[in-house]
Every structure is written in C-alpha cells, then in structure tokens.
Design a protein around this ligand. Structure first.
Ligand code: 6PG
Length: 233
C-alpha cells in the first residue's frame, strides 16, 4: 500500500490524471479504466478531458458501481462521467461500457457481467486501472458496511441492497477489483480523516470499513489523499 499526500484537492486531481497517462503509456493495445462515482473524481475527469494527447481509441471505460437510476438521472455515475469527461473527448462509443441500469437490479448486474465477459472473455477480468472513492462510512464502489455484496466469493458484479439508503446499487465485487493491475483510491476532505485513519492504520474489520477489502492480488494499491483527509494519519 502506498499513500501519496497532496496539499490540495486540485494537486490530488492533477496527480491522478498524470497517473492515468503514466499507466496508459506503460501499456500497448487496449487499456481498461474503471471510473468511480461521487464528487472527488470530477476534477480528475476534467483534467483527463483537457489532455489532448490522450489516444482514446484504445481506452475502454467501465464503472465500479452505479446507482439504480436511468443513465440521464442526476444521480447517475454515468451521467457524471459524461458531463466531466466523455462528452468532452473523442472516444468510440463502443469503448464506453455503461452499467445498464434501465434493467431491474439483478438483470442489470447480469447484463454488466456479460459486458465484462465480452471484453475479458471468461478469463479473470484484469482491469488496467481502477479508480475508487471512499465514503465517510468506509464504503467503496457500492460495497457498503454490513451489506450482502461484501462476501460475494464468485460473481464479478452484483446488485447490492443498501439498507441505510433504502436503495439498490450495482457494484463490482472486491475480488474483481483486487485483480486489477493498479487500484487508486481518491480521497479528499476533512470528513474522510477519521475513517481514513481507521481504514489505513486501524484493525482489519472490513465489514465495518469495506475499503479494507481492497488489497490487489498482484497489482499496485495507491492511496491518493489530500492534506485534509490525511490529517490523522
Ligand atoms: C458512488 C461512488 C462512491 C464514492 C464514495 C466517495 O457511487 O457514490 O462510487 O463509492 O466513491 O461515496 O464519494 P465522494 O468522492 O463524493 O466523497
């Protein structure tokens, strides 16, 4: 685990966008990136969109999770990615692998699983780069504390009911995220400081802090955190 501290959210975002370019340059052929929802990734996306040297033809975009709302709903992670990145770049439509939330939760999860199998084949899905956020409660993607999806041993994608939100979410499971070559947490703001200390330095209790499930099998785990979030580390 590597923790990189940045003086501000902007510096964090610039570093994350630079890491994307760096990892892309280290590969040839198709490059798979998993985007996160939430607010922290937005400035990262905008900086990626502003970099006109990026060859989007070989980049395939996926999501780590999605809310069970239509793609144009204000809460949609897909919509956020369109507004901050995808609508601003020249990327082939077939390279955008949206979680199809127009279906019922279980069907949406099954359909996204098929999308992953179409891309990776039936071998293990090894994403090149996964961006994750972390909630104040220690969730990541839509792996929320004390929820069913936390211990899914086999499936790559599940519909996960979140009691505290009284909502269904579609999410990659921890084993799939842990197969990635690089996993990057983007954590910003003082509200994350307590939880970040527990996740990084506290006892291993992933049912309470699901971000602790993220421990890549062979890939690299990088925490990119700003000063406010890292205050208690
Ligand atoms: C989502 C995200 C979620 C997010 C965290 C952190 O769908 O909301 O996938 O896991 O990354 O809640 O969100 P912020 O970046 O807004 O703090």
């Amino acid at each position: 685990m590597m923790i990189r501290r940045y003086a501000s959210q902007h510096e964090l975002a610039q570093a994350a966008a630079d890491l994307f370019v760096e990892r892309l340059a280290q590969t040839e052929g198709r490059f798979s990136v998993v985007l996160s929802g939430g607010s922290t990734p937005k400035p990262v996306h905008r900086l990626m969109a502003a970099n006109k040297d990026i060859d989007w033809d070989r980049i395939h975009v996926f999501w780590g999770d999605e809310r069970t709302v239509p793609p144009q709903h204000p809460d949609s992670n897909y919509r956020m990615a369109c507004e901050t990145l995808l609508d601003e770049i020249e990327i082939p439509q077939e390279n955008i692998h949206r979680i199809p939330t127009e279906y019922e939760p279980e069907q949406a999860a099954a359909a996204y699983d098929e999308i992953l199998r179409d891309y990776f084949g039936n071998t293990q899905p090894r994403f090149d780069l996964v961006f994750l956020g972390m909630g104040d409660d220690g969730h990541t993607a839509s792996l929320f504390p004390q929820t069913q999806a936390l211990h899914e041993p086999v499936r790559w994608v599940v519909a996960n009911h979140i009691p505290k939100l009284d909502r269904w979410r579609i999410t990659l499971t921890a084993p799939v995220i842990n197969m990635a070559n690089t996993v990057v947490f983007l954590v910003s703001g003082a509200s994350k400081a307590d939880t970040l200390r527990e996740v990084v330095n506290g006892p291993y209790q992933p049912d309470i802090y699901p971000a602790q499930f993220i421990d890549p099998e062979s890939g690299q785990l990088i925490w990119m955190v700003d000063k406010a979030a890292a205050e208690l580390l």
